[in-house]
Design a protein around this ligand. Structure first.
Ligand code: MRU
Length: 354
């Protein structure tokens, strides 16, 4: 039977109508609403507001945005088109700072533009469309490969814990950390998945619990502060998370709270795996200290998603959207080219050579 979740296209190009179509991830699970965006400001805002979110999905959306921005340009020469494209690229690059896939996808679009030097404006636009579609199509295959590699680490009947949402809607298809759960589901593994709710924006409750439930996976929602008890009770045999940027030494930035889960997993001797496409590995970041952590507005902690504010008016807040899990806490980093183990400074660069 077709999995009803992995057929959802959370990011899609409607080229005929010059539109980026996005599944609005801020209204799930109550509404399944697709946004049709034409203006660069709206695409920027959709990324910033997390209407499209998850590192690979952000990259795909930005690539389509860069194409649509160039397509709109009335430039008549290669050079003038490049100037317009660069404006769009630089603008979209300011939407969120931590997920390296955003910059990776925009740079890849720019590289393709440069490869088309000397071509007509129409030919360059066609090449950009092709490149953005390639980025989306490749991500689907990458996630499937990550799923296969991750599944090889797991045994039927295991309890798995995940944090945030690294599922099908965060990617082109299948997800990264959720990909082995979907593959396992097809193959009768009967995993029992525990989804952290993931404060403050509840990607675990609103998105992961919804995705897995729709797909018929056995999923149990827990609050973030319940991870320790489910581990202690022996309910968890492995932790799988996605990530937004991996440094060369294996330090991995993912949704705030991930590093705490890793520390707990170490305490209870539970393997902790990070699932990451190679596009999430930043060879220019030597360690996690080089990763820019996004700070987000106070109301995400105090009032967003609540009927009434849940904190006193004017209280000081600190709202980092990501944290860095130290490489020493990570059992393995699962990429599309295989699983990297410590020492990561040696194993991660090798993954790119396969
Ligand atoms: O702020 P978000 O919701 O974009 O954060 C997303 C995550 O932390 C995901 O785990 C990560 O991007 C991997 S998605 C395959």
């Amino acid at each position: 039977m077709q999995n009803p979740v992995t057929v959802i296209q959370s990011v899609r190009l409607d080229d005929e109508n010059d539109t980026l179509v996005l599944l609005d991830q801020t209204v799930l699970p109550n509404e399944t609403n697709f946004l049709e965006l034409k203006e660069m400001e709206d695409i920027w805002d959709a990324i910033y507001q997390l209407k499209v979110r998850g590192a690979p999905a952000i990259g795909i959306a930005a690539a389509y945005g860069a194409y649509l921005g160039a397509k709109k340009s009335t430039a008549e020469t290669y050079e003038a088109l490049f100037a317009d494209f660069t404006k769009v690229k630089d603008y979209l690059a300011t939407s969120r700072p931590t997920a390296v896939n955003l910059f990776w996808a925009l740079n890849r679009m720019e590289d393709r533009f440069k490869q088309e030097a000397g071509k007509s404006v129409a030919e360059v636009k066609a090449a950009l469309k092709e490149e953005s579609e390639n980025i989306r199509a490749e991500d689907e295959k990458i996630c499937e490969a990550i799923g296969e590699h991750a599944l090889s680490l797991l045994e039927p009947g295991w309890g798995l814990l995940t944090h945030c949402n690294a599922g099908t809607i965060a990617t082109a298809k299948y997800g990264t950390a959720l990909a082995p759960m979907y593959l396992g589901q097809e193959r009768g593994y009967n995993f029992k998945v525990y989804a952290d709710e993931t404060r403050p924006l509840l990607q675990g409750a609103r998105l992961t619990a919804w995705e897995l439930q729709q797909a018929g996976v056995d999923v149990t929602l827990i609050c973030d502060n319940m991870a320790s008890i489910v581990m202690k009770e022996g309910k968890i045999q492995a932790v799988l998370v996605g990530c937004d940027r991996v440094a060369v030494n294996g330090d991995a930035a993912n949704k705030i709270g991930t590093s705490g889960v890793a520390i707990l997993a170490k305490h209870y001797n539970i393997p902790f795996y990070v699932c990451a496409p190679l596009s999430t590995i930043d060879l220019e970041c030597q360690t996690g200290d080089d990763i820019h952590i996004e700070l987000r507005p106070s109301e995400e902690i105090t009032s967003k998603w609540y009927e009434k504010p849940m904190a006193p008016d004017g209280v000081q807040t600190y709202n980092p959207a990501f944290d860095v899990t130290d490489h020493s806490l990570i059992t393995g980093i699962v990429t599309e080219n295989g699983i990297a183990y410590a020492p990561y400074t040696e194993s991660l660069p090798k993954m790119f050579k396969k």
